[in-house]
Design a protein around this ligand. Structure first.
Ligand code: MN
Length: 225
């Protein structure tokens, strides 16, 4: 059996109809398929029973990229200034709550997880860390990274974030930074596989390592159950 990897959705509001729901970018599901897993796009919900159900039958999780965390989530550890508040985009309180609950359940169950961009941010916040609200000038393009513990074979990464990890959650360890000192990857060393990256490996040619390792860890956990 291939391992089942739950992917958290973006919260999307569609044009004039105002329809609202979860959206899973095909780049994420394809990356999981190519790594040998079966992706399942989770519905946008913070209902505990639903989340507990997914926590019990998924073999691993991918926390996808997307909008910023709400100020009310406590992500910034302080009140934002009006100009910082203006930089927040695509916020969604349901998604925040959903992913915070999932991250805590994932940690409790030691379920393999990969957080990408927003995903590493929500992982840090759910486990007790905070975020920098806005880093002007870091958002677009590519930049080098320096690993203190090399997890994957990439030295140059893409960048499409305007926030980054500030105070690191007690259980996480920083393993890569950009030239300007921002956190680009973390691990939870006590977990079987808990990795967060600030870049987007699903959009980088030849950077399938994070997905392969997630799927391998999920397969190993499924086999041991
Ligand atoms: Mn970056």
């Amino acid at each position: 059996m291939k391992p089942l990897i739950g992917i958290t959705p973006s919260a999307v509001r569609m044009g004039p109809s105002g329809k609202y729901g979860g959206f899973c970018d095909v780049m994420y599901s394809r990356a999981i398929e190519q790594a040998g897993g079966v992706p399942v796009a989770l519905p946008l919900t913070c209902v505990r029973q639903t989340l507990n159900h997914f926590l019990s039958f998924c073999d691993g999780f991918l926390l996808s990229g997307g909008g910023d965390l709400c100020e009310a989530s406590g992500a910034y550890g302080r009140r934002l200034t009006p100009s910082e508040r203006k930089t927040l985009s695509a916020v969604d309180a349901t998604r925040d709550e959903m992913e915070m609950r999932l991250v805590r359940g994932i940690a409790e169950g030691d379920i393999p997880v990969l957080g990408i961009c927003r995903g590493v941010q929500v992982m840090n916040v759910a486990l007790g860390g905070t975020l920098l609200a806005d880093i002007p000038g870091h958002r677009d393009g590519t930049h080098g990274i320096t690993w203190t513990r090399r997890l994957f074979n990439c030295r140059r990464v893409n960048s499409s974030h305007h926030q980054a990890l500030d105070r690191i959650a007690p259980s996480l360890t920083v393993v890569a930074r950009s030239g300007d000192g921002l956190v680009e990857a973390v691990v939870r060393p006590s977990a079987r596989f808990c990795v967060g990256v600030q870049f987007h490996p699903e959009r980088m040619a030849g950077c399938d390592g994070p997905f392969k390792k997630l799927v391998a860890a999920a397969r190993a956990r499924a086999a041991a159950r």
